[in-house]
Design a protein around this ligand. Structure first.
Ligand code: AYL
Length: 522
């Protein structure tokens, strides 16, 4: 039987994300919406709304409008938020890009999404220029937020005297195109509509006590759907104050929390390890923390309890996926008694079921099955990729997550395994297919396959099985260096094993199951 959320359905207004978030700041207009954790610079709700309107007007003047795609390649700052919503307010679409991407990776996303304009910052300009050149975008198509010679800067956009264009987008229109590999293959554009994003904000709204006096830490990147929905947009929705950090640095993270008295901290599990174990944590007054919420990879309950005890706060876990906008299951603030290995209940308007991947039979409480999710937060599909969409979304509207879960009689879900190829390194996606394709470009490599293995700290890391070309010598270090020079650091191959042959099915598909079994046996 499909499991319905135990929460009553919430209403999802049929409006654009801009109208949903920016309507009626009223008395709050003068309150801080965003604080730059590094500099302390603050933007109020009213100021943000003004900036969004100007950016939209300036984009419209430059010919950007309905359906156009604009890439956002920048670290978390208050200006990121203004630009993100300025692009949407111009009726255009945001494709958010991983800040660590190499020019090649960025070029792939620019070409695949059809981006016409790129927003970046001066420290990223070299990579943006190289990628733009690769896909034939002129240098003038790169806006440098903090300014650079020969490029439009944020200041230029804000100087416009034009009015923002009429809003033409509806809930059904595409709002963002984050990239995800999903269950198989390379990173693909995930088509999320305004309605998807509005829905997920309404759905998570009933789960957590996030309010006008809550300070939210945004250290996880806004380019990833976790930062985008749960930090940036939830913060705006609840009229909370979002404190931004451009990257994770433990000392700076602790300083910012302590100095700005942050109450709600969203993390991925590796941060929990530092919070539980690092001696430096004791040097900061972290009594302001009310809730630490972990998502993006499995949190170990023991670790979570250690963090809760050390900091005297509540630790909660949620589950999500880019394709789900992203949250589908989470622990509510008022149930810290739930098993911390679990990811709580299905959120409102979500129906989920567990299906045995071998038999296709539905599995009930006590059994294990692939998690299928249906709800208003489910993506409309992968951009220009009906084959991948068909593999992931079925005719009844269920999204097949590729994650294996269990459920209790009460409706509490726990993720216990993964049946998809995807590897998660510190919560970031590593698509094996991409690494395999890259490895095959090495002239001394005859064949290769990549799977996730666990290192001594229990961290999932990519491991490559490599078949050398006949009569060649190739070392593990050479393989790792070759990969590291061509991709973002989180996708590095961290273990290499040479092997005589990659196990494959009759149709030539890599038998990852056999490689995993080999790994367990070693
Ligand atoms: P993507 N436990 C185990 N695996 C998880 C968990 C979890 N709590 N959360 C995410 N994953 C894995 O698209 C799982 O394999 O989005 C899933 O299919 O980068 C994959 O990560 C999706 O990776 C929130 C808000 C989680 C955000 C998110 C992260 C979305 C990550 C919970 O409340």
């Amino acid at each position: 039987m499909p499991v319905r959320s135990p929460y009553p359905d919430v209403e999802i207004p049929d409006v654009s994300l801009f109208d949903f978030l920016f309507t009626g700041f009223g008395e709050r207009a003068g309150d801080p919406a965003l604080i730059d954790g590094s500099s302390g610079a603050t933007i109020t709700f009213g100021e943000l709304e003004g900036m969004v309107g100007k950016i939209a007007a300036a984009l419209a003047e430059r010919g950007i409008g309905a359906g156009d795609v604009v890439a956002l390649f920048a670290p978390n700052t208050p200006h990121y938020v203004a630009v993100f919503h300025g692009i949407l307010r111009a009726n255009a679409v945001v494709t958010s890009v991983n800040s660590l991407y190499t020019p090649g990776e960025l070029a792939h996303q620019l070409a695949d999404s059809g981006a016409q304009l790129v927003f970046t910052v001066s420290p990223f300009l070299d990579r943006a220029m190289a990628a733009a050149a690769e896909v034939g975008l002129p240098p003038q198509a790169i806006v440098v937020l903090d300014g650079a010679e020969g490029h439009t800067g944020l200041r230029d956009l804000l100087a416009t005297t034009a009015e923002p264009p009429a809003q033409t987008v509806t809930g059904a229109d595409t709002a963002v195109l984050p990239y995800s590999s999903g269950t198989t293959g390379r990173a693909k554009g995930v088509v999320l509509t305004h309605r998807n994003l509005v829905a997920n904000l309404q759905q998570i709204s009933v789960m957590g006590k996030v309010a006008g006096d809550t300070k939210i830490l945004a250290v996880l990147p806004f380019f990833h759907i976790y930062g985008m929905t749960v930090m940036m947009n939830q913060g705006l929705h609840k009229r909370s104050t979002v404190v931004t950090m451009p990257r994770f640095d433990l000392q700076e993270f602790l300083r910012v929390i302590s100095e700005y008295r942050v109450g709600r901290v969203y993390i991925a599990p590796p941060v929990a390890v530092a919070l539980a174990k690092h001696p430096i944590v004791d040097q900061y007054d972290l009594s302001c923390i009310d809730v630490i919420f972990s998502g993006a990879a499995p949190l170990d309950a023991e670790l979570g309890h250690a963090v809760a005890k050390r900091l005297g706060c509540t630790v909660l876990q949620g589950y999500g996926m880019t394709e789900l906008s992203p949250v589908s299951h989470c622990m509510p603030d008022d149930r810290p008694d739930l098993d911390l290995n679990s990811c709580g209940f299905a959120i409102p308007n979500v129906v989920s079921k567990l299906v045995d991947p071998e038999t296709g039979e539905e599995v009930g409480p006590g059994g294990r099955g692939e998690l299928w999710v249906k709800g208003p937060n489910v993506m409309s599909g992968y951009l220009n990729n009906p084959e991948a969409t068909a593999i992931t979304l079925d005719d009844e509207g269920y999204l097949h997550t590729g994650d294996v879960a269990t459920v209790t009689e009460e409706g509490v879900f726990t993720i216990v395994d993964r049946v998809k190829e995807l590897i998660k390194y510190k919560g970031y996606q590593v698509p094996p297919a991409e690494l395999e394709a890259l490895l095959l470009t090495h002239d001394k490599i005859a064949d290769a396959a990549v799977i996730g293995v666990h290192d001594a700290d229990g961290e999932e890391v990519p491991k490559a099985f490599v078949v050398r070309q006949q009569d060649t010598d190739l070392t593990a270090d050479e393989v790792m260096t070759f990969v590291a020079e061509r991709i973002a650091p989180h996708k590095k191959v961290r273990v290499v094993e040479f092997i005589d042959q990659i196990p494959k099915s009759a149709s030539g598909k890599i038998l990852r199951k056999d490689l995993r079994a080999r790994e367990r046996a070693s």
